[in-house]
Every structure is written in structure tokens, then in C-alpha cells.
Design a protein around this ligand. Structure first.
Ligand code: COA
Length: 388
């Protein structure tokens, strides 16, 4: 049987961004704190006519370009910024993309970890149903609060992956190390739009969870640090992933080659945190931006979700993977975004749909393949974008 893993991968983020040097100036902070201290240059800012559904649907449309969708048997959505307490946002995506009616559609939540959980569940399903495919979409909007320490680590994005037994991009290996612990480092009660976060505590818990997962993974796989050519970590901000890598090098008495993670951070530096999507956007960044051929190389991956659940696992890059990537599309998306000033960013940030569900029409802005047009009778309304 051919290997099980990622057949296609594509991400989408907002067409608007804020340069963090402008934010630093407005908040009276040395720009090097954001640039060097956090490792972030820009952050993606969502316009009022986009949300987790439009981000997810656009990324999935891109990933499925040229694919016969008839064999998609399941749509898994990972998010911590869901729009409904009951209905899975994947059903809107399923509708917008006219996916097969025989699909299962479900939404999974565990902070930034839900994408990894969805991946593992999908792979088990494909092992028992090798003729079927799973569409996994991680989609999130990271919102902390104006003028808070978390503000420069906001962002948004969705990453869609077609998973199957035809792993043209990379296969996912079965060994893993997982870790769960009840901690309150980051959470968002139902009555709040923004997360509550103890930022510094969360960075310590992240590193501790990495250590626990790495130990479990090593026991299960018998692999060492040098068995992995590259590493990809959950990226709340780039410096966090660099610190994680430094910790792993120290633990394993391995050599810290900056290029082992630098390519995975390129996209996130300019779009910011995308919670569940960030690890997979990091993987796309690594595969698309790596100098040299990664065919048959092993990548170590670490997923962390506050609260907390974390997992270390690995992928093996397929020979000829390059021709299945969407490198030009992603580079063009990031290069052609519109710059906002701080007032425009704050206006987008403060936008809220009517909280009583009353009728409202959203003004058009630049967007992806789909847009949120308004709300009526408590129902969000979407359409195909008419933007060029
Ligand atoms: N030039 C260069 N670096 C600077 C600087 C300057 N002028 N001023 C500060 N820094 C560095 C600090 O030394 C620090 O680096 P270090 O962590 O390597 O010591 C870094 O910038 C951050 O500054 P610091 O003051 O420690 O933190 P903060 O109070 O601004 O908050 C976070 C940083 C990450 C805690 C905050 O952005 C946050 O809460 N984010 C959301 C939660 C999150 O992302 N958690 C991650 C785990 S999921």
C-alpha cells in the first residue's frame, strides 16, 4: 500500500496586514522588541467581510484545485475561533465548495492542538479506508486585545490539507509522543471575544510540554535528534519556535543548525499567529522555501495547544513533492496584501456583527474566494467573492 499522509496543502490569510513597526511606534515600544524579541515583522488583520469560514473555504478551494472531490469522505475542521456553539463551521465550507453529500463533517477543539488531533484521527481512518480521502482545515483568528502584551502576536489564517493514501507531499509516520496537563495558561470563556492569557507562563508550559512529548516520542521511535533533517514547531511567534528548537538541541546534545527551522518561519513572520493553522503553515513554508531538495528527509513536528495538550510526531517527505506545492500562489498572496495604518487596523479589530442577530449588511473589502455578506435572522450569509 502506498503511504498515508498529505496529498495537497494550501493556506490562505487576510489580504490586509499591519506592519509591526507602525504598531510599535504607536504604542511607544522599541520596534526591535517585536522584530528581534518576538521575531515578528507583520501581522495579518481580518477585514469585516472575512471570518474563519471564508478563510477555511478559500484555503480548501486552493488545496482542491484540480482534484476530483468525489472520494472526500470526511471534512475535519480544527478551530478555537468557532462561530457557533452547535453547528460545525465545516458545513458552511462543505456547502460553499459543493463537496459530496456522503461526507462526514465535524469540528474539533483543543486550542492550537486541534489540527494535530484531527490529523491523527484522519490518518487512522485512511488506514482502514485507503480508497477514501479526508479534507482537514485548520482555521483561526488570533485576537488578544488592543494595547496588551499579546497584541503584536495576533494574526489569522487557514491551512487546508487533503489527506489520503496517495501522500504525494509527505507521509506521516506512526510514532508519536503526546502530553496532557490541566493548566490555565490561555483560555477563552464563552462570554469573551478575546482570550485570557498568562503569556509568560504559557511559554514555560510550551517548553515543558515539548520536553515531555520529545521523551515519549524518542521512547516510541528510538530516533535521535539527528534522525530529523528539519523541525517544525507550533509558531505563536517566531522566537517561540526558535526557543523550542534551542531547548530540544540542549536536551538532545544536538547541534543547533539555524537552517533546521528558519525556512519554516518565513510565512509566519509576516502573517502572525494562526493558532491551529500555524504548525501547518510552518510546514508549507518549510517545504516551499527550503533551499535544496527535501525528498526522503524526515521532519520532526511539534504541536502545542494551551490548556494543555501537545504532541511530537514526524513526517517523511515524498520524492518529487515540489510539483504538488502551491509556492507561487502563496508567495503572491503574501506579496500583494494591502498595508493598513494603525487606525485602520483598530477599526477592523473593533468591528463586531450585531450581537442580537439582527439584519446587517457587511461592507465589501478585499477578500479571498468567498466573503461574508451579512447576517439575517441570526444566520451568517456568505457568497462567492466578486473581487478580482
Ligand atoms: N530589543 C530586542 N529585544 C527586546 C527588546 C528590544 N528593545 N525589548 C524586549 N525584548 C525581548 C525580551 O528580552 C524578550 O525576549 P526573551 O523572551 O528572549 O527574554 C522578548 O523581547 C519579549 O519581551 P517580554 O517583555 O519578555 O515579553 P512581553 O511582556 O512583551 O510578552 C509574550 C511577550 C509572548 C508573553 C506576549 O506577547 C504574549 O502574551 N503573547 C500571547 C501568548 C503566547 O503567544 N504564548 C506562547 C505560547 S502558546
Amino acid at each position: 500500500m502506498s503511504s498515508v499522509g498529505i496529498e495537497r496543502i494550501s493556506f490562505y490569510t487576510s489580504r490586509y496586514y499591519l506592519d509591526l513597526a507602525l504598531l510599535a511606534e504607536k504604542r511607544g515600544i522599541d520596534p526591535n522588541k517585536y522584530l528581534q524579541g518576538l521575531g515578528q515583522e507583520k501581522m495579518a488583520v481580518l477585514p469585516p467581510n472575512e471570518d474563519v469560514v471564508t478563510l477555511a473555504a478559500t484555503s480548501a478551494k486552493q488545496a482542491l484545485d484540480g482534484i476530483d472531490t468525489a472520494s472526500i469522505a470526511m471534512v475535519l475542521i480544527a478551530t478555537e475561533s468557532g462561530i457557533d456553539q452547535s453547528k460545525a463551521l465545516g458545513i458552511w465550507v462543505h456547502h460553499l465548495l459543493s463537496l459530496p453529500k456522503s461526507c462526514r463533517v465535524v469540528e474539533l477543539k483543543q486550542a492550537c492542538y486541534a489540527g494535530c488531533a484531527s490529523l491523527q484521527l484522519a490518518l487512522s481512518f485512511i488506514h482502514t479506508h485507503p480508497d477514501k480521502k479526508v479534507l482537514l482545515i485548520a482555521t483561526d483568528v488570533a485576537k488578544y486585545g488592543l494595547n496588551t502584551p499579546g497584541e503584536p502576536t495576533q494574526g489569522c489564517g487557514a491551512c487546508a490539507m487533503l489527506l489520503s493514501s496517495n501522500a504525494t507531499i509527505c507521509s506521516i509516520e506512526p510514532e508519536y509522543g503526546a502530553y496532557t496537563s490541566h493548566v490555565m495558561d490561555f483560555w477563552r470563556p464563552n462570554y469573551r471575544e478575546e482570550a485570557l492569557v498568562d503569556g509568560k507562563y504559557s511559554t514555560r508550559i510550551y517548553l515543558n510540554a515539548l520536553e515531555e512529548c520529545w521523551n515519549e516520542y524518542q521512547l516510541a521511535s528510538k530516533r535521535t535528534f539527528n534522525d530529523h533533517a528539519r523541525y517544525c514547531y507550533h509558531i505563536p511567534f517566531s522566537r517561540m519556535a526558535e526557543k523550542a528548537h534551542e531547548r530540544l538541541c540542549k536536551l538532545s546534545i544536538g547541534t543547533n543548525f539555524p537552517e533546521a527551522i528558519s525556512d519554516s518561519l518565513i510565512y509566519s513572520r509576516t502573517l502572525g499567529n494562526s493558532y491551529t493553522a500555524s504548525l501547518f503553515i510552518g510546514l508549507a513554508s518549510l517545504l516551499e522555501q527550503a533551499s535544496g531538495d527535501l525528498s526522503e528527509k524526515r521532519i520532526g513536528l511539534f504541536s502545542y495547544g494551551s490548556g494543555c495538550v501537545a504532541e511530537f510526531f514526524s513526517a517523511k517527505v515524498s520524492t518529487g513533492y515540489q510539483k504538488y506545492l502551491k509556492k507561487e500562489l502563496h508567495e503572491e498572496l503574501l506579496a500583494k496584501r494591502c498595508a493598513l495604518n494603525v487606525s485602520e487596523y483598530e477599526a477592523f479589530y473593533q468591528f463586531r456583527l450585531p450581537q442580537d442577530g439582527s439584519e446587517y449588511q457587511v461592507n465589501p473589502h478585499q477578500c479571498g474566494a468567498f466573503c461574508l455578506t451579512g447576517i439575517k435572522n441570526h444566520e451568517r450569509l456568505y457568497s462567492k467573492s466578486t473581487m478580482p
